[in-house]
Design a protein around this ligand. Structure first.
Ligand code: SF4
Ligand code: SF4
Length: 188
């Protein structure tokens, strides 16, 4: 994704594939400069990606709100999730910007929820599901569920877009097409 967003130059990188167990949907062997151990395989083709999210989607709104408020309540606003995220590379995070100030530094549940939703939207179509944020969180908040929910919506709205797995596809939120119409946006 960093290559796709123009943050890195491929000629300055040496990419090492570390095998089929290294994570969701590894790229084909040809994407790497070197391989360690077994060649990566596409291991998730056809597998359901959003099982946990679909389970939560089926809950009544009150139950979902209670679940997420309980999760956000645990958040320390330590920003370890943001610091660990390879796609969070803004020079100044909106959550800490002072002029203009978009968000208070309070750690009440609403402010913490705002931080997480703002971050999730910022990562829409960009989060690769690497789970570095989940591993970094000292409070054990299931951040992967938020990321997966957004990925599910992006996949549905942008023709099956699966972040990071097809560098040839246009980026959903930074590609402008005059003829583009999103279903349900009210401008059909
Ligand atoms: S799972 Fe997504 S949000 Fe979390 S660290 Fe990886 S890219 Fe960032
Ligand atoms: S790492 Fe966990 S506790 Fe810290 S800000 Fe992120 S979600 Fe909150």
């Amino acid at each position: 994704m960093l290559l796709h967003e123009g943050q890195l130059d491929r000629k300055n990188l040496f990419l090492i594939g570390v095998g089929a167990d290294s994570g969701r949907g590894p790229l084909p062997a040809s994407a790497y400069d070197a391989l360690l151990g077994k060649a990566p395989e596409i291991i998730d083709g056809g597998m359901p990606r959003f099982v946990a999210v679909e389970e939560i989607d089926a809950w009544p709104a009150e139950k979902r709100a209670a679940f997420w408020n309980a999760q956000f309540d645990k958040c320390l606003r330590c920003y370890a999730c943001r610091q660990a995220c390879p796609l969070c590379y803004c020079q100044e995070c909106m959550a800490e910007q002072l002029d203009p100030a978009w968000q208070s530094i309070a750690i009440d549940t609403d402010e913490k929820g705002f931080f997480h939703l703002m971050r999730a939207f910022h990562l829409a179509g960009r989060c690769t599901g690497c789970k570095a944020c989940v591993d970094a969180c000292p409070a054990g908040i299931p951040l992967g569920l938020i990321n997966q929910k957004v990925a599910k919506v992006v996949e549905a709205l942008f023709g099956g877009y699966d972040t990071g797995l097809d560098p040839g596809k246009p980026l959903p939120f930074t590609t402008f097409r005059k003829d583009e119409v999103l279903p349900g946006c009210g401008h059909e």
